[in-house]
Design a protein around this ligand. Structure first.
Ligand SMILES: [Zn+2]
Ligand SMILES: [Zn+2]
Length: 240
């Protein structure tokens, strides 16, 4: 059965793993120190099928250089690949939005997200046809997906909390505007998840919560009411 684990999530670092019976695991993001990644993955790093990286920000790409040096294939967008490793590497593969590709038994469809640098989301499909939808970091997602079993979606902030912090002077208006342009609110996440809230959806993971602008408990309860399946909030986890 398809499964998703969050080892680290948020602006300090992101690292996730997708597994399925008889499949070599797939990592999503490598935004922690390589030592922390090795510890999290249980030193089975070289046994993973590969690693998908959404964009070049260090909280998503910090360990890419080490992964490719360990012969782990890393897949990311063209501009992102160039931004991470200027001279490239034979294990760093550039992929295009809308072009499905294969990593061993896994099928992956990358698609464009809305961030201040080029960023990809991923639809990951196991050999049995189970689908995981992964979306982070993005202002919103304009695409709709069907037959998703596990949805892992950014829920960075709440518009209500953000507005309150700007009103009482705790948060600078420009900073708030930047958050809104680049990250997914719980309100946008809820809209997207509503469209996915049909079988075979069986679990939801909320990712990349901001320390000051979110509320894990409220977000979890709010989304659980909408989707009617277990909702997990990914914690900060292993430190970068
Ligand atoms: Zn990020
Ligand atoms: Zn980012």
């Amino acid at each position: 059965m398809l499964a998703f684990e969050a080892f680290a999530s948020g602006s300090a670092g992101n690292l996730y793993r997708v597994t399925a019976d008889g499949h070599p695991p797939l990592l999503i993001e490598a935004g922690v120190a390589y030592k922390a990644l090795q510890r999290a993955v249980g030193f089975g790093v070289t046994q993973v099928a590969g690693c998908l990286v959404s964009h070049a920000h260090l909280d998503h790409s910090r360990a890419v250089e080490y992964l490719v040096a360990q012969a782990v294939p890393v897949y990311t967008g063209r501009e992102t690949a160039e931004a991470i490793l200027e001279r490239g590497h034979h294990n760093l593969h550039a992929v295009d939005a809308g072009q499905e590709f294969q990593i061993g038994p896994w099928t992956v469809l990358p698609f464009d997200l809305v961030h201040d640098v080029p960023c990809l989301g991923f639809l990951v499909v196991s050999r049995a046809g189970e689908k995981l939808l992964y979306i982070s970091d993005t202002a919103y997602c304009e695409y709709r997906f069907e037959n998703v079993a596990i949805a892992a979606v950014e829920a960075n902030y709440s518009r209500g909390i953000l507005d309150r912090l700007v009103d009482n002077g705790t948060l600078n208006q420009h900073h708030a505007a930047r958050v809104i342009r680049n990250h997914m609110s719980i309100e946008h996440a809820a809209q997207l998840l509503q469209t996915l809230a049909v079988p075979p959806l069986r679990e939801v993971h909320l990712l990349h919560l901001s320390e000051g602008n979110s509320s894990a408990q409220d977000f979890q309860a709010q989304i659980e009411r909408i989707v009617g399946v277990p909702v997990y909030v990914a914690g900060e986890g292993v430190r970068a």
